[in-house]
Each structure stands twice: as C-alpha cells, then as structure tokens.
Design a protein around this ligand. Sequence first.
Ligand code: SAM
Length: 348
Amino acid sequence: MDSPAWRADNRADLDQVARSVTTWIESALDSPLYAFLASRISQDPQMLALVGAIDNAPPLNLLFAGVQLRLNTADPLAAWYPHLAGADARPPDADAYAAFSAYALDHAAELIEMGSTRRTQTNEVGRSAAILPWLVEAADAWGAPVHLVDIGASAGLNLCLDRFDYDYGDKTVSAINPSATRLTLQCENRGGFALPDSAPAIATRTGLDLAPIDAMDADATAWLEALVWPEHTDRLERLRAALAIRRDTDVRMVAGDAAVSLLETEANLPPGPMLVFHTVMAYQLAATQRDAIDASLAEVATRRPVARVAMEPVRGAGYLYLYTGLSYATAQVRAGAHAHGRWIDNVA
Ligand SMILES: C[S@@+](CC[C@H](N)C(=O)[O-])C[C@H]1O[C@@H](n2cnc3c(N)ncnc32)[C@H](O)[C@@H]1O
C-alpha cells in the first residue's frame, strides 16, 4: 500500500506526520488493532517523532511490521495480537496503546533502522485462485505444458498454483502435483464462471521481479509474515503453507526490470507455449515499462504461442479487475476479484 500523503521533506513537522497517520487509518479498517493504534499515534508526539524518523514509505506499515517481526508471546504486548494470543486476544484498548508505545519506544533505534531499509513487498497466494480459470482457458487452447511466467512474482508463491487445492464453493479443484504440505485456497465463484477441472500442466516456472524475495531465506520470509496484519490469521496460515510448498518447488527467479528481462527470459525457455500473468504489479510500472512489456509479448507471439492474464487494481473500483489479452490496449476485462482472491464476480 502506498501512502500518497507522505512526504519525506515533511517528516520533521509532527502536524504533517499526524495528518499522514490519520489519512493512513482509512486504509487500515480491516485491522481494528492497527486502526486503533494509529489513531492514538496521531495524538502522541513521541510516537509521531518515531514515525517521522522512518525514512521510507509507507512508514506506518513498516513500523507495525517491524514490531510484529520481533514480537513474541513472552512480550506483554502480544496479548493484543490474534496471531500470537489466539482466541484469547484482547480487543484494542488504552492498555494496548500503552504496551505498544512502550515497546516501540524501547526498540526505537531498531524499528527506525528496519523501517528505513526494508520494503512493504508482500506476496498474496490467494490470487492464484482468482486467476486460475483464465490461465486454464489459455492453456487448454494449446493442449501442451506451459512455461509459466509471473511478472512481479515477489517470492514466486503464485507460480506453484498447480500444487494448491481450490474450493470455489460450487466446485473443488485438486492439486495435480501435490506437495507434502497441502493448501486449499477458498474463492467464492460469485459470477458463476466456468471452472477448470485442474490447473494447467507446467513445464517451467519463472518469476521476474525487481527485488525477488528469497523463499529459502528465513529472515526474508519472516518479514513477509510480519507484513500480514495481526487479525488476518487465515492469510498468515496460507502464507506459511504456500512458503513450504514454494520451497519444495523448482522455480527460477530473475532479478531486474521485467520490461527488460521478459524477452531475455523467453529466449532461454525451451520450445512450448508461454503463459504470462501478473497480479497487483502493473500500478508500479511507468508507461514506458508497460509499453516495453506489451512490445515484448508481441515479439514473443511471433515465435511461440503466448497468453497473458492480469489481475490488477483499477482506480475508483473497490476490487481488482481480471483481464486477458496480450497488450493493455487490447485487454478484455473478464471478471472482478477480491484483492486477496476471496471471490470472483462479474464486473458491475
Ligand atoms: C504488490 S507486489 C505483488 C506481488 C505478487 N504479484 C502478488 O500478487 O502477491 C508487486 C511486485 O512487483 C514487483 N515489480 C514492480 N515493478 C517491477 C518491474 N518493473 N519488473 C519486475 N517486477 C516489478 C515488485 O518488486 C513487487 O514484488
């Protein structure tokens, strides 16, 4: 999540920091704990100074994730975090803020350092369930194993989509290539879409990312977990299972700008159709990068069958759009989807 109201040059101005924090609360309504803590932070000069010292954006996400990364059940503050306290977690209250601010101020130097050097880069595996029907539609037309490419793959979790089980409410789809860890993704098929019998057969998996997250690196994956908001215990469980599956899956990650690396990647793939997807990535691209990706796909299409499925935010819509089509100009909207893949529906 980005925080457009945040401006580094205003960090020393606590009133400005307080306004940024207040604006941020609007995007935190599905975390009662974070919304509550942020509302108290906005009135607490010591905590505003800490937030202001985080030289990165969005600073509140980074502060909260930093606390979550280090917090353990022995800390009194853990009592308010459902992923640590379980069903006994206390609802947000004045004591929660006292415990949080005491913890944050005690660990201020480390939190500022973490916040200033880490990124709010997440990987939401629930999106696999939303894109699966349209990936299978493309793969079925070819009838051959596909080279799966995820642009903006983060840790590459969604490249393991044939290893997950799916429950769409009206149909279940079993993993065709199960790992020792099983993960069922729930996605309500509100739009009555035709659902596949199985995921596509995958020949190779490649993730392109400016800064890939190393799924084998314990610190990197702990940070990924720390970015999950405390009440989202189902997402945390899903993430942990997906990471276990990912560690057991042969995925090639390519670091760099996909506007450049997509063509290089394709040149190194064995023959066969290429199935490209991206989820919640395109909003981070400049127009020139989007054009370069379009041009790359057009060039690939001269050499091999290729298709693209996208799941991306649209300004003003409260959900994501699912598109198919090789270029932005020709892409067709096929469905709407919950941001974390909890449902797919027709676009209103
Ligand atoms: C919001 S994350 C989404 C990650 C993943 N697709 C998901 O849905 O969970 C966007 C990702 O796109 C990557 N990204 C942004 N610009 C990129 C570019 N030009 N080339 C490759 N990756 C890029 C970022 O590094 C980040 O990992």
